[in-house]
Write a protein that binds this ligand. Sequence first.
Ligand SMILES: Nc1ncnc2c1ncn2[C@@H]1O[C@H](COP(=O)(O)OP(=O)(O)OP(=O)(O)O)[C@@H](O)[C@H]1O
Length: 237
Amino acid sequence: MLKIRNFSKSYKGDKKAVDQLNLEIANGDIFGFIGHNGAGKTTTIRAIAGVMDFEEGDIFINGVSIKKDPVACKKITAYIPDNPDLYEHLTGISYLNFIGDIYEVNKFDRETLIEKYSDAFELTSNLGDSIASYSHGMKQKLAIIAALIHRPKLLILDEPFVGLDPKAAHTLKSIMSDLCKSGSAIFFSTHVLEVAEKLCNRIAIIKNGKLIAYGPTKEVTGDHSLEDVFLDLIDKK
Ligand SMILES: Nc1ncnc2c1ncn2[C@@H]1O[C@H](COP(=O)(O)OP(=O)(O)OP(=O)(O)O)[C@@H](O)[C@H]1O
């Protein structure tokens, strides 16, 4: 579903924020992307989502290059940034319908999925309110619902659990599992290593723009916790 080939990115000619990254994510994978602050996670995620240009390498979504046909890639992808920028003057429901229109979601699917996910995130009673009145967590929930209503084949999330209350975080984890069981793939960054260890079948650890571990979670961790492996690798390499 997602192939990253020799991807590198430098900002303003500085040293590379990401350096020759290669990754593959299959349908059904929940892939956790882990690294220290400034390691290159958001840079990678923004390139995959097609919201940032890059010079070196290529990224393929379902076999299509994000450079050559970004629209085809974006049609089957949903991207939830760490701090979603929503249209504050809209109500929650008008925002969801706007996204539904862009992705050409039919009326039945739209109504069914808006109801399903708004109920799951306990946002149904707030959908008529303006987004400007939402808390940070409510905005995040709305961004997640908007991403889910067009049934993305690839869901990309940057730090999705920050700002969610424990119940919403639990709801999101089960939705992520269900989505992957239905054949979609998920790529997300997180600093919450316990969540990555429990939820992800594959993980990658990035340090200073380079991969230092990559593979099935159980193979990367062996007999240790992901936290131990992460701290050990970050100190060593
Ligand atoms: N717009 C930008 N202009 C210049 N440098 C940038 C820009 N965005 C990121 N960088 C640099 O690129 C490197 C990688 O940043 P990135 O945001 O990808 O890290 P991250 O792993 O997502 O970090 P965090 O966990 O803190 O969110 C850092 O050295 C950062 O300073």
